[in-house]
Design a protein around this ligand. Structure first.
Ligand code: TXA
Ligand code: MG
Length: 322
């Protein structure tokens, strides 16, 4: 831990001086900057090639740190953060004036979470400031769940990468907004809708015109690898051209291995948590095979299955932006 500790102190110093650092959280790796330094935050947008209309999540090291960032904390938001922080839950609340506009893309609201990862928490504490951080991938691509994933895409752009090994949850945080009193699910994620509703009752699902839950920067085509992902296919009638190189993203161990050039199994025993942990790394591995396309299996939309299917839908729809 001594070695790690020195690295964290160095990383915190970089953040305090306006640099950018990639760091592990329990969900995915983030690319962080001091949330109160607009120039540093601008470097995060540049490194990711992220459009400025897509606001960032601000990460805090303690629940009380949220108080200074927002106007008020509604009771239901309080209940959820008490139950799920530190953890894969982000709340969207009305922001305090002093939060730089670049962080919130000019919105009057701020997304906040307290991650459940010792390295992330130490980094935030030692930086003496909340850390604004999106996922540490190029905009539109799959989120990174290892330090190597970050290195591949953003190695040249960041001042330091903290390596905490593979992320234990593997999909991003669940985002719930609390404007006009009513809780709304903006993005399914590491805390399931069922768990949230067991604490605060029915939560409305905010949807865009494609029917997918919508945070402002979340495009229908997102989390997309280079290789097309096909989601709606029928095993019975599937005939694959012998000339084609096809990959399979399977939920459980598949029956038929012959048709596929490469297969990734998310969870042999069909466990949703294990599947979520493996999802993004499996997509990245498939993407390296130069396949013509990837067939992805449908996953039951309960618990973490909702977040997994959300990411697969966005990875499979071919929109304008990638
Ligand atoms: O698990 C996570 O949430 C990871 C780790 C690093 O914490 N972060 C992450 O950040 O996934 P990012 O930037 O890839 O996704 C953040 C999402 C975006 O879709 C953005 O539009 C939404 O949060 N968001 C940020 N601020 C918002 C706001 N004020 N209102 C609504 N949505 C917001
Ligand atoms: Mg992202």
């Amino acid at each position: 831990m001594g070695h790690n500790n020195d690295l964290i102190l160095r990383a915190a110093e970089i953040i305090r001086r306006g640099g950018i650092v990639a760091f592990p959280t329990e969900t995915v790796y983030g690319l962080g900057a001091d949330a109160f330094n607009p120039l540093a935050v601008a470097r995060v947008f540049e490194a990711k090639k992220r459009p400025y209309f897509d606001p960032l999540i601000v990460h805090v090291a303690h629940p009380v740190d949220m108080k200074k960032l927002v106007k008020e904390i509604p009771l239901n938001a309080q209940k959820l953060t008490e139950r799920f922080w530190p953890g894969p839950l982000t709340v969207v609340l009305l922001k305090e004036e002093d939060i730089p506009d670049i962080v919130t893309a000019g919105l009057p609201t701020l997304a906040i979470r307290m991650p459940n990862h010792p390295m992330a928490l130490s980094l935030i504490r030692e930086s003496n400031s909340p850390i604004a951080a999106p996922s540490a991938n190029l905009f539109g691509y799959v989120s990174p769940t290892t330090a190597e994933h970050v290195q591949e895409q953003l190695g040249d752009q960041v001042d330091l990468i903290l390596d905490g090994g593979p992320c234990p949850v593997g999909v991003e945080s669940t985002i719930v907004s609390f404007l006009e009193g009513k809780p709304k699910l903006l993005r399914p994620g590491g805390v399931s809708l069922e768990e949230i509703e067991s604490i605060i009752g029915k939560v409305e699902i905010s949807r865009n015109k494609e029917g997918t839950p919508s945070a402002p920067g979340m495009l229908p085509s997102h989390y997309a690898p280079r290789t097309p992902i096909v989601l709606d296919w029928d095993d019975q009638s599937l005939v694959i051209d012998k000339e084609k190189n096809v990959g399979l993203l399977a939920f459980r161990e598949p029956r038929d291995h012959l048709k596929f050039r490469h297969i990734e199994v998310l969870s042999k025993k069909g466990d949703l948590r294990e599947a979520a942990t493996n999802l993004f790394a499996a997509i990245r591995r498939l993407d390296r095979w130069n396949l013509d396309f990837i067939l992805a299996e449908t996953i039951p939309e309960i618990g973490l299955g909702r977040a997994i299917m959300d990411r697969l839908r966005r990875a499979s729809i071919k929109g304008e932006i990638n």
